[in-house]
Design a protein. Structure first.
Length: 417
């Protein structure tokens, strides 16, 4: 496999030129595919108490349905990414979306907690197709600055969806019950399958696909992980994703339990912080990409996140005891810098993938969700002092991300030629 910093012209030339409005429609569709997985993970979180009561299960058991979906999203990308390098982008995408609709319908009809957990695992595995293939398609079509701009949009969706999912879910539950939430998601999956079949072209020509058995299919992943520059970007992305998931898991308790704020105040702060990520992703595509080297932009963003979470750690300790406004401001800054980091570090990693964009996308997505699954439970270890444990985990993730990025990205690319 050849590691290249640009997408081969032969790949882009294989896809017929499309009008601007068609390209925008495809970009919107890829964004929707990216957001489907994170929304599936936590859209029904507000309904967990109702699920627990109806299925007559313990809360800890029904919470496993969230973990199962998260695990499926991570493992599914590791499976589907290499397969898309072997079979092309369209077939795995359409098959994944069809399976998603079926698995989500099974969630809606699940009579027991055990069957719900199994269906949620299948749902996550299938939803991973949209996430991993959306990045691969963009990498097939774009390179360098254009790739970073396109990935800014996907990074924004990927970052905002898990933050706003519970908010949307709460509003949806005004109209239906938890089974209805899954019915809505199943309908969305079917609609995206039909739109993808109509709008998304095959972007990986047959002459650039990997052939052979399972060993040959997985070889691109091993080569990518052996490239220290790719690995540095991958580790940084995974750890920064950890800070985001810790924030999602712990911040509601900090705002409402530690500071005694109302649910409405929490929703306002949560929404403002989501807006910070959106604003940063937009500014990144307009002002950063093409003007500042991607390595430098990521390093600045990582430094900014570390400064923001160090400030948070100081504010939540009993010695300093900052108020809610200061704590919220520190998390606003963290979310802003994550909005700068995510698209640029993804572009660095994907730009190193050459003709293994599916495998690279799989590793990136798996790093995101696996790190989230490992770090999110740590946010509550502090009990009444959730803010301290949340901030400490965020600091650890940010510091390790910055160190790994600076150390490994300085090394020359070490993947096989």
């Amino acid at each position: 496999m050849t590691m290249s910093s640009t997408t081969p012209a032969s790949v882009r030339a294989a896809v017929p030129a499309q009008p601007r409005h068609t390209r925008r429609a495809v970009m919107l569709l890829l964004s929707a595919l990216t957001g489907l997985g994170p929304l599936s993970m936590d859209l029904y979180l507000p309904a967990l108490p109702a699920v627990t009561a109806e299925l007559r299960a313990q809360a800890s058991v029904t919470q496993l349905s969230v973990t199962a979906c998260l695990a499926g999203l991570a493992l599914g990308q590791l499976l589907i990414g290499p397969l898309s390098d072997r079979w092309g982008r369209r077939r795995p995408l359409l098959a994944g979306l069809a399976c998603y609709a079926a698995a989500t319908l099974a969630c809606a009809l699940a009579p027991t907690a055990a069957l719900l957990i199994a269906a949620r695992l299948a749902q996550g595995l299938a939803a991973a197709a949209g996430i991993v293939i959306a990045r691969a398609v963009l990498t097939d079509l774009h390179s360098d600055g254009r790739l970073a701009r396109a990935l800014s949009t996907l990074a924004m969706i990927s970052g905002v969806a898990p933050v706003l999912g519970p908010v949307f879910g709460g509003q949806l539950l005004r109209l239906t019950d938890w089974r209805g939430v899954f019915a809505v998601l199943a309908t969305a999956g079917l609609a995206l399958a039909l739109l993808s079949a109509w709008a998304i072209p095959e972007t990986l020509p047959a002459n650039r696909r990997h052939t052979g058995g399972l060993t040959d299919t997985l070889r691109p992943m091993r080569a990518l992980l052996g490239d220290r520059r790719f690995a540095g970007a991958l580790i940084a992305y995974g750890l920064i994703s950890g800070t985001l998931f810790v924030y999602v898991a712990g911040f509601p308790f900090v705002v409402q339990d530690t500071f005694g704020a109302s649910a409405q105040t929490f929703s306002l702060i949560f929404g403002c912080n989501a807006a910070a990520l959106i604003m940063a992703a937009h500014l990144n595509s307009r002002l950063v990409v093409g003007r500042i080297p991607l390595d430098r932009a990521v390093a600045v963003g990582l430094t900014g996140v570390l400064a923001a979470v160090l400030a948070l750690l100081a504010l939540v300790t009993p010695l300093l005891g900052g108020g809610l406004a200061a704590v919220a401001a520190s998390q606003f800054a963290m979310m802003f810098f994550i909005g700068v980091i995510a698209p640029n570090v993804t572009a660095l990693a994907m730009g190193s993938s050459g003709d293994a964009a599916g495998s690279a996308s799989a590793l990136i997505g798996a790093a995101q969700f696996l790190t989230g699954a490992l770090t999110a439970p740590l946010a509550g270890l502090g009990g009444p002092r959730t803010g301290v444990s949340m901030a400490a985990v965020e600091v650890g993730c940010a510091a390790l991300a910055l160190a790994a990025f600076l150390l490994m990205r300085r090394a020359p690319a070490s993947g096989p030629a």
